[in-house]
Design a protein around this ligand. Structure first.
Ligand code: KG4
Ligand code: ZN
Length: 367
């Protein structure tokens, strides 16, 4: 179990981005392999602790839910108490608790939600079971300030690739597009496995892609061409991309040829980054949005960041990609969404709210 201190994670986040008042929210995250807790006051990050069980999964080539759930059970109390201690607070100083209720791994969610409910019950505080994916949108407020009206968001993580139109982050979200099969992160992780990289493979592909020729292989541009492309202008499909790269690699192996790993990574990264950025900017144009929020673990990808920065400049769209530590899963994203809900006067979740491992993206919090 490795952890990150508040000081580490808060470096580079301008204090001026947030206000000093607003509700004090304890955010708790346990959807996958990070146990995390943070305190946010209004739109200011006060403390942020992340413990990861990633190392325990690496040798299996993917996250093992049972191992992740056990790690959450171990880390929950130490992580929450450290987040409170770093904020110089105890539970009585908190206005509300927010916890990820979905989407995610059921056993993992159950640990975080049960722990959060116990705290809320013991301290007599309101609790919000929130949507983790919408938390990835909300976290950008800590770095860039309030969300403008009519904002588009591209969320790219291990499990999601989605375009969301945000009318009101506390009450109304429209799903503009989503992946029909593999998410971008999943596609990278699967190709990485084929190339022999450890899990998670996305960062390895990123690193090798920087050294290779992006035109070396012809990789399909998922769901951009022909009838399917026209019918799904804002949806994604990366399964064919993964299969095309896998066939090419396996074909060369069968012929006894070397695999030019850097070129394979560069060609894959080029295809995925250009499809993501093109569709995201098209979605902004279709809704007249001039702000694009980007979030989720895959938004750490350097090819995607470059493509989006350039496409945004050309289209006059303000592209807001948070610093990498806020892109990956953390408690700050949960607390920040909770802060929006409290400020907007949204009712807390009922004490018996469920977890939902497939929580729909237009559901912001549990009733
Ligand atoms: O949002 P996240 O931390 O966890 C989920 O909720 O899924 O995203 C994890 C995903 C993994 O697929 C990982 O390979 C990918 O993000 N990832 C990257 C990079 N850093 C993380 N993919 C490509 N390039 C990166 N630099
Ligand atoms: Zn996530």
């Amino acid at each position: 179990m490795s952890d990150v201190t508040s000081d580490d994670i808060m470096k580079g986040i301008p204090a001026a981005a947030g206000g000093s008042d607003g509700p004090v929210i304890l955010g708790i995250e346990s959807t996958c392999d990070e146990t995390a807790a943070a305190v946010v006051r209004g739109t200011t990050l006060v403390s942020n602790i992340v413990a990861s069980s990633m190392e325990e999964h690496a040798r299996y080539g993917g996250v093992i839910p049972e191992i992740a759930s056990r790690a959450h059970a171990e880390a929950f109390v130490p992580v929450v108490s450290r987040a409170l201690a770093d904020a110089n607070m105890d539970l009585s100083d908190i206005d509300a608790i927010a916890v990820s209720a979905g989407p995610g791994l059921a056993g993992c969610l159950a640990v975080g939600v049960s722990g959060a409910k116990s705290l809320a019950w013991a301290a007599n505080k309101p609790i919000y079971g929130i949507n983790h994916v919408i938390g990835h949108v909300s976290v950008t407020q800590l770095q860039f300030g309030a969300l403008p009206e009519n904002t588009m968001a591209l969320i790219v993580s291990g499990g999601h690739t989605s375009l969301l139109h945000i009318d009101d982050i506390a009450r109304s979200i429209e799903v503009v597009g989503t992946t029909l099969d593999d998410a971008a992160g999943e596609c990278f992780d699967k190709v990485a496995r084929l190339l022999g990289f450890p899990y998670p493979g996305g960062p390895h592909i990123d690193r090798h892609a920087r050294l290779g020729d992006p035109t070396a292989l012809k990789v399909p541009m998922g769901l951009t061409q022909g009838r399917a492309g026209a019918e799904h202008p804002y949806d994604f499909s990366f399964s064919g991309v993964k299969t095309a790269v896998a066939r090419w690699v396996e074909g060369r192996r069968a012929d006894g040829k070397d695999i030019p790993v850097d070129d394979v990574c560069a060609s894959l990264a080029q295809s995925v980054a250009s499809v993501l950025s093109r569709k995201a900017i098209d979605a902004c144009r279709s809704r007249g949005s001039d702000t694009l929020i980007v979030g989720g673990g895959f938004s750490a990808n350097s090819q995607l960041r470059e493509h989006l920065a350039e496409a945004g400049r050309e289209a006059g769209v303000d592209v807001r990609i948070p610093e990498i530590k806020l892109c990956t899963d953390n408690g700050a994203m949960v607390a920040m969404l909770g802060s929006n809900l409290v400020t907007a006067g949204v009712a807390p979740s009922s004490p018996d709210f469920p977890i939902d491992s497939a929580m729909p993206l237009d559901s912001i919090s549990m009733a």
